[in-house]
Ligand binder design. Sequence first.
Ligand code: EPS
Length: 402
Amino acid sequence: MLRFLTSGESHGEALSVILEGIPAGMTLSEDYIAEQMARRQRGYGRGGRMQIEKDFAHILSGVRHGKTLGGPIGMFIENKDWVNWTQQMSVAPVEEPAKVITRIRPGHADLAGTMKYGQDDVRNVLERSSARESAARVAAGAIARKFLEEMGIALHSHSISIGGVWAKPIAPEQIDWEQVEQSQVRVADPAIEAAMIKRIDQAKEAGDTMGGIVEVIATGVPIGLGSFIQWDRKIDARIAFALMSMNAVKAVSIGDGWEGSNLPGSEFQDVIEPVTDPAHPWQRRTNRSGGTEGGMTNGMPVVARFAVKPIATLAKPLPSVDLITGEKVQAHFERSDVCQVPPAGVIGETMVGLVLAEAFLEKFGGDHIEETRRNYLAYQKTVGPRNRARVEESPRKPTAAR
Ligand code: EPS
């Protein structure tokens, strides 16, 4: 339905991505995608690389005169840093041997990756396992986001904790999203911003790194995306998979997943209110289930949290082992970030957005966006107390006599 593949090494010439399944007729510009790419590049705790890059996704195919064609959308994102790596990352064999990295970093893909792919140089693993790849995801995700916007669905994210410094819990509807976008750590609680920044500074000074927890919220999601019918169609499972596929993510929860498991059932369930406004049926008193029940969206905002472990590349490296000799060494250090939590929010929105867009297209289909919209509007008319939905159904035309 909707699928994408990325390619590219962190210091190679470019990243590329192909997204297939977006209907024809959707307005799309490179500038729209650029806004999302820029959001991913911001955030306190990034290293020197973000001063070098100014990510821009050039559209190569699938768009004509500002509208999608329904075909695969191909994009490439130049790595500006590549000019400094042409020898190290040359596609063709080089005369002078490249510098080899053998001091494996615990926590990174270095050890398992070199063993699995039979490599003697960690660079052959770390280039592709780098979080640089997330730039290509965000380019694809920006297009999914545009599609969701067309259908009235909005995506947001905010940092809940960084390095053990927690933001005050805040109801999603009370969050000032403009303020989150202005925050250097993407936090909704301005009172805690300075403490989070200080935590990142302390880590940097100590040659250390910091992780944290992020919440993604999707509003305007219709009831009924995903399905209870088969394990791999469950929307919460698909969201968890997508978020867990991000570098450094070690935990995912939907709604009050962790805290809620300690409550009695009578306190956990989101009580359904009687329908008073037919345009907005099935309101809940709470949203502990995070907008999903039975593997389907239930019409409430979809709320997913994920935990990002601290980055594995440490300026003050941990003791480790040499890949070739097996002897004790200090782990390799190369320029990196101190904290990836703020960009992780933007990447999390991307992954949730891609899953929701895919599930939306599964349900409503459409080769042209107006067809998708018609199908969606027709469905919306049926979503209400069943007696009303049936009354509003247009009478079937009698079949012609043979
Ligand atoms: C990364 C290391 C750093 C990060 C990079 C991820 O890059 P470099 O080694 O060039 O300094 O900045 O993230 C990005 C380039 C990006 O676009 O997010 C790593 O080792 O994973």
